[in-house]
Design a protein around this ligand. Structure first.
Ligand SMILES: Cc1cc2nc3c(=O)[nH]c(=O)nc-3n(C[C@H](O)[C@H](O)[C@H](O)COP(=O)(O)O)c2cc1C
Length: 202
């Protein structure tokens, strides 16, 4: 059993907004829960293989008939699933890429969901950093296929307490066309950090 399963995604290291927000969460969480058991998977440095045929068919093949490779892939998938099932709280920290989740996160999702066996019983906190905004009234309102998708992933596996912490306009100050949104970017990041601290201390 872990107190926290922490999934980190952005490859942008110290430049990452989602990592800066999750750092605030982790500091508050560790302060609130001294000695907490935290399992971390950093998908930027330790990527998850895509679900392949051998891994899928391992679930339908008696153990004695599985090749060594098939068995190893199966065990890794079960390990990912067990980390999810055994977590009291799951923290996902990710950017938006091309209107959805980066493929490394999708690979983790495809591996850890095993129909009927994955059961999320604890809290889930999802930190998302977007380059722009998809809020109502924005030119690209309705283009966000990440927020609702990630919520669905976890509620479909049993989670009843899912909080999404969103920061917008991450590309302001980087993409010239978004320069006028720099204040909104800073305010959005600051609000997301506060929300992350509050969630971790709850
Ligand atoms: C490959 C790639 C695709 C991106 N696609 C989108 C996108 O579809 N929508 C968006 O708002 N921002 C997009 N961005 C911008 C990132 O979401 C934004 O910079 C965010 O702050 C990145 O999070 P991070 O700083 O934690 O890495 C993209 C960035 C990259 C590198």
């Amino acid at each position: 059993m872990s107190d926290l399963l922490h999934i980190e995604v952005s490859p942008q290291g110290d430049h990452s907004i989602s990592r800066a927000i999750s750092k605030e969460f982790l500091e508050a969480f560790n302060e609130r829960n001294p000695g907490a058991v935290v399992v971390t998977r950093d998908l930027a440095t330790d990527s998850i293989p895509h679900l392949d045929g051998q891994t899928i068919f391992a679930g339908f093949t008696p153990e004695a008939e599985r090749s060594e490779t098939m068995q190893a892939k199966h065990e890794f998938r079960l390990q990912l699933m067990n980390e999810v099932n055994d977590a009291k709280h799951i923290l996902i920290s990710t950017p938006m890429w091309n209107f959805s989740v980066p493929s490394v996160l999708k690979a983790w999702i495809d591996q850890m969901i095993i129909s009927g066996a994955t059961k999320v019983s604890g809290k889930v906190t999802i930190i998302i950093s977007q380059g722009g905004s998809y809020a109502e009234g924005a030119p690209r309102a309705g283009w966000d296929w990440e927020t609702g998708y990630l919520r669905q992933v976890f509620t479909s596996q049993g989670a009843s307490d899912v909080e999404i912490i969103l920061s917008e306009f991450g590309l302001a100050g980087i993409v010239p066309a978004l320069a006028r949104f720099i204040d909104q970017k800073n305010a959005s990041i600051a609000a997301a950090k506060e929300a992350a601290k509050a969630r971790a201390a709850a």
